[in-house]
Design a binder for this molecule. Structure first.
Ligand SMILES: O=P(O)(O)OC[C@H]1O[C@H](O[C@H]2O[C@H](CO)[C@@H](O)[C@H](O)[C@H]2O)[C@H](O)[C@@H](O)[C@@H]1O
Length: 389
């Protein structure tokens, strides 16, 4: 990575593809993910950053943050006024249909999916925002519909099921309100799941046995617990430095913090990014990932939703088994780590929820949350009819 002069202040430029050594990461700490590298420009170094390197808004632009912020969530599509009288050929639709050839709909490919699940046990992993509840402006109002809740409930009665969210575990549980599932909050950094007799996670450091709200024995795994004071501190600072930015909102997700800019005027996005960058200069053990109109500040540890899937499979006694097919449904960049784990280990399928073409490690796609619900219902129907999954 070169230091170049941009006007009077130096900026970081990125001429070569990113890899761990270029980022100066110890081998046990990987950058966010290979998929994430395509979206960001490697601000995740564990080395203390030189102060004043990122001192201008131009620097935020130069580091690809703005591009990542602009592409972080598809704009809502306007209904086509002319559609009824003259169905125009929509370029976006054409691009989407072309993309579907590489990432077919999990609904139209349902037979294919279940044929690979024959005589296997399906394990289901579900992201929350944008997957089980549609994206809305106010994160507190991302309520799951009763119909979706019922679909998830029935699915969880047929298959071991885990919800894996960037939200705090407590918050996502309040939204989902179903017992008998595993919950993983803070992008996999806070996992609670029932103790099973096959469970082999007990040996993990930071994994303790405790009881849940209903008094049931559970395993609680919090690999970033030492970061809690730091996260609380940065949460307060982020609230403070964004309080004058109209529409900005900071959300505590226990082991990570979200800075939402969905409701911030686009002109001000660079300012939001710059303030976050400046603050993070003092926190080399924290990094930022880009979600859907949200900057997610999280500990630099070798843990993500992909690792959480592996942990959960172990916990459910389903890891390293030929007779298990994992299905992970998610819409966001952080879900790519889980898609990648399944793709690389050949242990199942990622399904990306997206209505626009996106680069992804998933195998299949679903257009929106209503298609996710249809897919869950189809799985349950198949399980009840077929019974050998
Ligand atoms: O892993 P997830 O469950 O997908 O969580 C990722 C982030 O989801 C939430 O933000 C997103 O959904 C909000 C409600 O629809 C929307 O307003 C926001 O723009 C989206 O980014 C959550 O509020 C974040 O804290 C999570 O990091």
């Amino acid at each position: 990575m070169d230091l170049k002069k941009n006007g009077s202040s130096p900026v970081l430029t990125d001429p070569a593809p990113l890899n761990s050594s270029r980022l100066g990461l110890p081998s046990n700490i990987k950058p966010y993910s290979s998929a994430a590298q395509a979206y960001s420009s490697g601000l995740y170094s564990t080395k203390p950053r030189r102060k004043a390197i990122l001192g201008k808004l131009d620097d935020v632009r130069a580091n690809g943050w703005l591009d990542a912020m602009k592409s972080s969530s598809p704009p809502r599509r306007q209904p086509n006024k002319d559609y009824i009288s003259e169905p125009a050929i929509d370029e976006n639709d054409m691009a989407y249909h072309k993309w579907l050839m590489s990432y077919p709909s999990a609904l139209t490919s349902f037979e294919q999916i279940i044929s690979s699940a024959k005589c296997k046990k399906i394990a289901l992993f579900l992201d929350y925002d944008g997957t089980l509840s549609p994206i809305v402006d106010n994160p507190d109002l991302a309520i799951m519909s009763n119909a979706m809740r019922s679909a998830v409930k029935h699915a969880s009665e047929c298959f071991p099921t885990a919800i894996i969210s960037g939200r705090s575990r407590e918050k996502v549980y309040k939204f989902v309100k179903l017992t008998g599932l595993c919950y993983s909050g803070s992008h996999g950094m806070d996992i609670m799941c029932p103790v099973t007799k096959f469970d082999s996670t007990g040996g993990h450091p930071n994994c303790i046995m405790t009881t849940d709200e209903q008094g049931k024995e559970v395993h609680l795994f919090q690999p970033a617990s030492e970061f809690l004071p730091m996260i609380n501190e940065i949460f307060s600072s982020l609230v403070d430095i964004t309080k004058d930015i109209v529409g900005a909102r900071v959300e505590s997700n226990k082991f990570c913090v979200s800075v939402h800019y969905r409701l911030v005027n686009k002109e001000v996005w660079p300012e939001v990014a710059q303030r976050v960058v400046n603050l993070l200069e003092d926190y080399p053990r924290l990094r930022v990932t880009h979600g859907r109109k949200v900057l997610e500040i999280r500990p630099v540890i070798d843990w993500n939703k992909g690792k959480a899937v592996e942990f959960l499979l172990e916990s459910l006694g389903l890891s390293n088994r030929e007779d298990v097919l994992s299905i992970y449904v998610g819409d966001d960049r952080t879900d790519e780590d889980a898609f990648e784990v399944l793709r690389e280990s050949n242990r199942g399928y990622g399904i990306l929820v997206s209505s626009i073409p996106k680069e992804t490690n998933a195998f299949y796609s679903l257009r929106d949350t209503s298609e996710v619900m249809k897919f869950l219902k189809s799985l349950v129907r198949w399980k009840k009819l077929d019974g050998d999954a």
